[in-house]
Design a protein around this ligand. Structure first.
Ligand code: PHE
Ligand code: FE
Length: 291
């Protein structure tokens, strides 16, 4: 998303005006397919019982299993029939406006490339594994699919209003790093978590991060980490509630936010619903940069 350095300002050579490029599925090497398989198999060891039902069902519905990098032409047939969404390839990060325009029109922009074998554990720029394995199963859920399209429209609006820094936090703490309360316990739905073997465990089970009840305005005041595990996760009661709250006009919230200071990344306020009060031990020890 928007917090990484943009590699390009205008569509690079070979890309269309909307920044899309062909997937060129035939050109992935056996080693690249193997990278997908290894990442997929790792996730399958941690996700059952941790990822929400909608995610696991989405994998099935799209037949997103261990056979290698998916051919998006085939995947799109199944996805379009379910929720009207399609996946398009882009060369890397695209400008915010281009990104939102795609989402608003039910096109999910996915990186065409896959990470190198030495980057299995961590990459900062989203690749096709993060984008397709992490995000696309959720787009088979009708309510979540509507939320993502609404977010695209809201992003274009927030850009115009100069409030994207606030709205981006909503994306981060839901679409990328969201947790959900279910009858069987807290489950993961955020793409940044489900595409990471280590964060899938950390987000749910580690004592370090705070786990707080989701509150729209609160989330929009909370900074986030782009370089390490989150210090706070927000737990939604379900997708219907999330969609209902976000369909409200954000203009009054944006006005209030102009007068409200940001919170500290690890802060817990008197108004928070505390599901787990983290000790922040991981962050205090230096996180992934600890020696
Ligand atoms: N309701 C938001 C607005 O008025 C738009 C939005 C919808 C944002 C869904 C995020 C998610 O700007
Ligand atoms: Fe993502």
């Amino acid at each position: 998303m928007s917090d990484f350095a943009h590699v390009h300002e205008t569509p690079p050579p070979g890309a269309a005006a909307d920044w899309t490029i062909p997937q060129d599925w035939d050109r992935y090497t056996p080693q690249e397919h193997d990278t997908w398989v290894r990442l997929y198999e790792r996730q399958m060891k941690v996700l059952p019982g941790r990822a929400c039902d909608a995610f696991m069902q989405g994998l099935d519905a799209l037949d997103l299993h261990g056979g290698g990098i998916p051919d998006l032409e085939k995947l799109n047939k199944a996805l379009e029939a379910l929720t009207g969404w399609r996946v398009v390839c882009v060369p890397g990060l695209v400008p915010d406006e281009v990104f939102f325009e795609h989402l608003a029109n039910r096109r999910f922009p996915a990186g065409q490339f896959i990470r190198r074998p030495d980057q299995l554990d961590y990459i900062q720029e989203p690749d096709i594994f993060h984008d397709v394995f992490g995000h696309v199963p959720m787009l088979t859920d009708t309510v979540f699919a509507d939320y993502m399209a609404a977010y695209g429209r809201g992003g274009l609006r927030a850009l115009g209003l100069g409030q994207l820094h606030n709205l981006a936090r909503l994306y981060w703490y839901t679409v990328e790093f969201g947790l959900m309360q279910t009858p069987n316990g807290v489950r993961i739905y955020g793409a940044g978590i489900v595409s990471s073997a280590t964060e899938s465990v950390f987000a749910l089970e580690d004592g370090s991060p705070n786990r707080l009840g989701f509150d729209m305005l609160r989330v929009m005041r909370t900074p986030y980490r782009i370089d390490d595990f989150q210090q706070a996760y927000f737990v939604i009661p379900g997708f219907e509630q999330l969609l209902r709250e976000t369909l409200e006009d954000f203009a009054p919230a944006y006005e209030r936010l102009k007068a409200l200071p940001d919170l500290e990344i690890d802060e817990i306020t008197g108004e928070d619903t505390v599901i787990h009060r983290g000790d922040q031990a991981y962050a205090k020890a230096g996180g992934r940069f600890a020696v």
